[in-house]
Ligand binder design. Sequence first.
Ligand code: BGC
Length: 300
Amino acid sequence: EGDWGLTLRPELLDRAARHFRTVRLPVRWSNHASADAQARIDEAFARRVDAAVDRLLAAGAWVILDLHHYMQLAGGGPLHPHEFSVDESVLEDRLVNLWRQVAARYHNRSPRLLFELLNEPPGGDGPGLGGERGNRLAARALAAVRESNPTGVVLVGPDDWNHPRGLARLQLPRDPNLIVSIHSYDPFDFTHQGVPWRQPPLPRGVGCCDDAQRRQVREALDTATAWSRAQGVPLHLGEFGAYREAPMPARAAYARLVREEAEARGIGWAWWEFASDFSPVWDSAKGRWVEPIRRALGVK
Ligand code: BGC
């Protein structure tokens, strides 16, 4: 909250819950907790999250409560401005202890509250949180959730920033109540044109979606669907979106394409994002829908 130019006003939460069945709530727990291995969560911050979660649940939404942007642990890039660093030796224990606290805090909420262990673990078997290390840590975090929350649904995602490519390395703990979360930002040079965190920035003016681009979207979703069938674990498409500097007609075409391809495979989805600064469907400054995106997503 604040970092993405948005304050969670009650009417914003109500609108999200009224128009979407599922709301994914990204929370940077790691930055609102003690720097030691215990990672004691700041109570004032947690109450702020309680208010958002409870308001969304009361409005009837399913809520995916996510652990977002623990950049020092995820290792995919530099720390963010305002992110404090901790001793390397406590990084993993902090994640596990954050989940122990979050799960205990919400253990008596509605079954419509789901937990997502870690947004976008980066890459493969290289440095960072991919492969074996990511699998081991997810298993530990899940065990911490299960201490207070034996059957609630938990989302786990593959490395490579949740791209379906990472599924080949994902080893899930044995647990009947898991959903695997994937993200779809293909074609990346289209969806991420002009984003300031890529230097030099990807060139602007790339359109969407020609045959090759459509194929790219479909192939990734097919990889995920085949994996999901083989493993017997359902999928959720936790993020897709196209940066606001891409041409609007192409963004709307992209939104429609990915939504339809996901729905054709029986995959529920969440657009990134509702009202912040990457690819909003609600313009919070003007208090109105971004119409082409709203229509493409089929939001009533
Ligand atoms: C990141 C955001 C980013 C988006 C698109 C998300 O998972 O947390 O910071 O805007 O992906 O790249």
